[in-house]
Design a protein around this ligand. Structure first.
Ligand code: ATR
Length: 276
């Protein structure tokens, strides 16, 4: 019987993960099945556990269950690499009857930035917009790359403050610290890398960014993929290079695939194919 994997979420019909993993499997000669698994909003845990009881080997977890997935695996079953601080799990692997949780989102982002886009984070001024799960999931991997400074901006300021407080223990990775700011407080600042980790782009909106925040040669990165978001359009008008999050999606999938199968797929041909 082929090893069985799936992406679990709600909604999940739009997920590109089955296509990505099918391409990885073909490319590496791994004989696996990868499905979509729709969990009722109030039944993530029972749906996930049933999948594993019936022989499933691994799950990717997507919106809105990453935090529940983190709670479902016990602390001893959470791998290092930022999962503890992310408080979110996007990859579960069955290992000797135990469900082990990982978070590959941050690694996916950093790999896309550094290897695919050639943007090195070290010494750069970084602005992260949003203070929800998406930001939380990538804070540690971004900080580990030693930016000059990291600012978290959010509409609801106290969420940014509490997030920054939780990650203060990693401030030593930076030259000039981690801080929280309202959007209006950014008017006199410039950044080399601006990451949109808000869900604003999904509804055709963008965070209220002041003009002039992009440093010469800056990169604007939107975690939303498959469309030019208002943030990306804004950034280009301001002279920045703007990209969507498709590369991050493929890179986080590659890391999951490696965790499950011990084989690292090539990501460039998959990104190219998905871009059409
Ligand atoms: P996720 O897990 O995807 O991060 P979330 O936890 O619901 O989702 O967080 C969504 C983030 O997008 C939040 O930071 C939210 O800001 P608030 O905390 O102020 O709600 C941000 N967001 C959503 N729509 C936005 C918009 N139009 N402008 C600015 N920020 C927005």
């Amino acid at each position: 019987m082929k090893d069985h994997y799936a992406v679990i979420g709600n909604p999940v019909a739009h997920s590109k993960s089955p296509d990505i993993h099918a391409m990885f499997a073909r490319q590496t000669g791994q004989d696996i099945v990868y499905d979509r698994l729709l969990a009722p909003l109030d039944a993530f845990e029972t749906t996930a556990k049933k999948f594993f009881r019936e022989g499933g080997k691994g799950l990717n977890v997507t919106v809105p269950f990453k935090r529940e997935a983190w709670k479902m695996v016990s602390p001893s079953d959470v791998s290092f690499g930022g999962v503890v601080d992310a408080e979110a799990v996007n990859t579960i692997k069955l290992v000797n009857g135990r469900l082990v949780g990982h978070n590959t989102d941050g690694i996916g982002l950093v790999t896309d930035l550094e290897q695919n886009l050639g943007f090195l984070i070290a010494g750069k001024r970084v602005l992260l917009m949003g203070a929800g799960g998406a930001t939380q999931g990538v804070m540690h991997p971004v900080l580990e790359k030693r930016p000059d400074l990291l600012v978290v901006a959010n509409r609801t300021l106290n969420k940014a403050f509490s997030l920054v407080r939780r990650f203060q223990k990693f401030e030593h990775f930076t030259q000039h610290g981690i801080s929280a700011q309202p959007y209006a407080g950014l008017a006199d600042s410039q950044f080399d890398l601006v990451i949109n980790a808000t869900s604003a782009g999904l509804s055709g909106e963008m965070p209220p960014l002041p003009e002039g925040i992009f440093e010469q040669g800056a990169l604007a990165y939107d975690m939303v993929y498959g469309r030019d978001t208002p943030f990306m359009v804004f950034a280009r008008k301001q002279g920045a290079r703007a990209v969507d999050g498709l590369g991050m999606l493929v890179e986080q999938a590659a890391e999951s695939f490696f965790i499950w199968r011990g084989v690292r797929p090539l990501t460039a041909p998959v990104i190219k194919k998905l871009r059409g």
